[in-house]
Design a protein around this ligand. Structure first.
Ligand SMILES: Cc1cc2nc3c(=O)[nH]c(=O)nc-3n(C[C@H](O)[C@H](O)[C@H](O)COP(=O)(O)OP(=O)(O)OC[C@H]3O[C@@H](n4cnc5c(N)ncnc54)[C@H](O)[C@@H]3O)c2cc1C
Length: 280
């Protein structure tokens, strides 16, 4: 455990508090990653800043064109949100694959993204939703496509003390799917995962966004396969060709969880299943 845990009441108070704190500090949201890493002695900080109740990082809000999910909203609250259910089908499909109900009562999307893991289920689904991330640092704000936040395993574009404020998901009439292969049907880190969102028009794909987890150094946006699908009817041949294309876009590794060849093969299988599900 760190020597000190502070809990500012607002973002403004957080920025005022920072100069008085040890530089070896980290934010604490749901704690499911940071506490586990601390207990295992993998990561140690002198100070944790509890951001879990900051009002600026909570709530799910809607505008005419987007929905905004606060970075500290619990995964279980997203599952219950009518707006998220309506506008984020790929994210909603990912939630049953996310840890366990008790973990989902604690974990947040902000922590899922800041952790920078290539196997993060929530952010892989959000990349397929075409999400943007809103960041804040001492009064300055910026907005990035979420796919650009990830630089490598455990590496993100976040600056020192920069906070993830919210995720913005553009409102689109689309279908979504999330399929994951893990050591068990539920409650396991993925060997491979595929998130897909598709806008259809007259039976043809208007827009496709495909994201993959655990098969590249980052939650991967499959640029080529997504672009290739645009304008095509989802016939069995097109689906088969998309599966072949996506296998060429990933760069999996062999590790304790799985073998690179198996992971690559499963990306094709999972994409075929996801696209098949949109045909009925
Ligand atoms: C048993 C177990 C099972 C799990 N299963 C899964 C799973 O199936 N799928 C999956 O994706 N993950 C899984 N995880 C990982 C974890 O639950 C998620 O990554 C979760 O979303 C982390 O969110 P948190 O709020 O708990 O983050 P925390 O642990 O509070 O923080 C994680 C990191 O993010 C930083 N951070 C948190 N919020 C912000 C913010 N708003 N801005 C900037 N930095 C921030 C913290 O400083 C810390 O470095 C599992 C973890 C455990 C322990």
């Amino acid at each position: 455990m760190p020597e000190i845990i502070v809990k500012p009441a607002t973002l403004k108070e957080l920025w005022k508090t920072l100069p008085g704190l040890s530089r070896n500090r980290r934010y604490l949201a749901g704690g499911t990653d940071i506490v586990t890493a601390d207990n295992a002695g993998v990561e140690r900080s002198e100070c944790w800043i509890d951001i879990s109740d900051l009002p600026e990082l909570g709530g799910i809000k809607e505008t005419a064109s987007s929905i905004f999910i606060g970075s500290c909203v619990k995964i279980s609250a997203i599952e219950k949100s009518a707006a998220a259910r309506r506008w984020c089908p790929a994210l909603l499909a990912a939630i049953p694959h996310f840890a366990s109900p008790s973990l989902r009562n604690m974990a947040t999307l902000g922590g899922n993204a800041a952790n920078g893991s290539p196997c993060a289920d929530g952010v892989t689904a959000l990349v397929a939703e075409g999400a943007f991330v809103h960041l804040a640092l001492k009064g300055k704000r910026r907005r990035l496509p979420l796919k650009d936040l990830f630089l490598g395993p455990k590496r993100t574009a976040l600056k020192k003390d920069e906070i993830i404020a919210a995720f913005e998901i553009p409102k689109r009439k689309h279908l979504g799917a999330y399929l994951k292969i893990g050591p068990r049907a539920y409650f396991g880190i993925s060997k491979a995962a595929v998130a897909v969102s598709v806008e259809l028009s007259g039976g043809a794909v208007k827009l496709a966004c495909i994201a993959l987890g655990s098969v590249a150094p980052v939650p991967l946006y499959a640029v080529k396969t997504s672009a290739w699908l645009a304008g095509k009817k989802l016939s069995p041949e097109v689906i088969r060709d998309a599966a072949a294309l996506v296998k060429a876009e990933v760069s999996p590794i062999t590790d304790a969880r799985s073998a690179a060849d198996y992971r690559r093969e499963m990306c094709g299988v999972l994409l075929e299943r996801a696209l098949d599900s949109f045909q009925s």
